[in-house]
Design a protein around this ligand. Structure first.
Ligand code: FCB
Length: 448
């Protein structure tokens, strides 16, 4: 293999996780219920009815996990803060014990020389807010700002990098549009207010963070470049429509202060009642970085007659797939970054790869090792693709692998394993995989 190109001394290396996927301890220290607690409790929602009561037991093993990251040699750790731990009912009383956990985690990270990069919301909405409409309700955005204030008042003296929300597109589409994720609504395009209210929450939280002197405020969106199958008439339009819904809808308001045209979806944005005067100004205030979560591109063909959406998601043929069935196409990362750079120009803040990785399960060998060479190939290929994007002009400041640990992968339960570290399903013992050693060596090599 040719040596990995260099990314420079200022480039940050890291790993990412999220609260519900790793913490467990769902009833500990006053944590309230979240929509994911309720979803997991609903039979048939999670593959093989896996539960998240213990998940990776990170709530009890956070010291061990920080020690692992120290060995890995990362600069930055992206984790998420569970809103229902901090404000159990979503609004109202603050639970100091919930904040204590993150307070300690931050101190442990800093002592290990790792910069904390918390995400304030990674899909675990307090159930009580869902009972009042969840993200379909405007008040949720205001409650999010109050929760943000509670967190930043406690951690803001030591935490300087913040991510407001994780992947509002997936949360809207899978959670409110299709019912595959919590809270399980199947509203189709009627889920649009969940997009607007999340973006409003991002804007209101950005105001709070800015006021308190945060240095780097970001939003983490997912980017899955739309590739037209180019087999028939209408494929290019399908790709454009997908790009609008997946990307422009969540990036234009933030960076350009306006919504894209949704005519392909038979939606006239100017008539959407959820959008009030002044909202776009709140949403569009300056941010310091844009998080890019990238896994794969999406291939599009024209929809069938009478289909609900103006595109059809098609399969990639003859391409390696991960356990999830996602195609391995590193050039899609180059495309995502080059497209963002070209489209938003001077409106684009520096980019961070806030998630990239693959689901690939390998059993532990008799000697206890986990030889996940496919993960090494995936990350290696994507880092080279990232370097190409930087050479083409993309301003990218950091790269974070999803994920540190094999964890609770939402509706897929523990079936999809993204970790650099194997977590024994019974004992929760951690075993670094081959990819852990590879990533660690690569980071060390970059620093030489
Ligand atoms: C992203 C999510 C993350 C994880 C990865 C595989 O969409 O942000 O929590 O599930 O996919």
């Amino acid at each position: 293999m040719t040596p990995m190109p260099r990314f420079g001394n200022d480039f940050s290396w890291g790993v990412a996780t999220s609260a519900f996927q790793i913490e467990g301890a769902l009833t500990e220290d006053g944590r309230g219920r979240s929509i994911w607690d309720a979803f997991v409790d609903t039979p048939g929602k999670i593959r093989d009815d896996h539960i998240a009561d213990t998940a990776c037991d990170h709530y009890r093993r956070s010291d061990e996990d920080v020690a692992l990251m120290k060995n890995l040699g990362v600069d930055v750790y992206r984790f998420s803060i569970a809103w229902p731990r901090v404000v159990p009912a979503g609004s109202g009383p603050i639970n100091a014990r919930g904040l204590d956990f993150y307070d300690r985690l931050v101190d442990t990270l800093l002592a290990a020389g790792i910069r904390p990069m918390p995400t304030l919301y990674h899909w675990d909405l307090p159930q009580e807010l869902e009972d009042h409409g969840g993200w379909l309700s405007r008040s949720t955005a205001h409650h999010f700002a109050d929760y943000t204030r509670a967190v930043v008042e406690r951690l803001g003296d030591r935490v300087h990098d913040w991510i407001t929300l994780n992947e509002p597109f997936e949360h809207m589409s899978l959670g409110y549009g299709l019912g595959i994720h919590a809270p399980g609504h199947t509203m189709g395009m009627a889920a649009l207010p969940a997009a607007h209210h999340q973006l409003l929450a991002h804007g209101l939280a950005t105001e709070v963070l800015r006021e308190t002197g945060a240095e780097r405020i970001m939003l983490a969106n997912s980017y899955s470049p739309a590739q037209s199958a180019e087999n028939g008439p209408g494929d290019a339009n399908a790709a454009a429509a997908f790009d609008t819904l997946h990307h422009a809808l969540f990036t234009d308001p933030v960076l350009l202060g306006r919504y894209p045209d949704l005519a392909a979806f038979n939606v006239d944005v100017s008539t959407l009642e959820c959008i009030r005067d002044g909202d776009l100004a709140t949403i569009a205030q300056p941010i310091d970085g844009l998080g890019v979560n990238y896994y794969a591109p999406t291939r599009l063909t024209a929809p069938d007659q009478g289909a609900a959406l103006p595109f059809h998601v098609a399969d990639f043929d003859d391409v390696t797939k991960t356990d999830f069935g996602w195609p391995v196409i590193p050039s899609g990362l180059t495309q995502a970054l080059v497209d963002l750079t070209g489209k938003y120009g001077t409106h684009l803040p520096p980019l961070w790869i806030t998630e990239n990785g693959c689901s690939h399960h390998v059993e532990q060998g008799v000697d206890g090792t986990v030889d996940d060479s496919a993960r090494i190939d995936y990350i290696d290929g994507h880092l080279r693709a990232l370097r190409t994007a930087i050479d083409l002009g993309a301003d990218v400041r950091g790269y974070l692998v999803w994920s540190l640990l094999d964890n609770f992968e939402w509706a897929e339960g523990y079936h999809q394993r993204f970790g650099l570290v194997h977590v024994d399903p019974e004992t929760r013992d951690r075993v670094p995989k081959a990819s852990f050693g590879w990533y660690s060596d690569m980071i060390a090599e970059q620093r030489r």
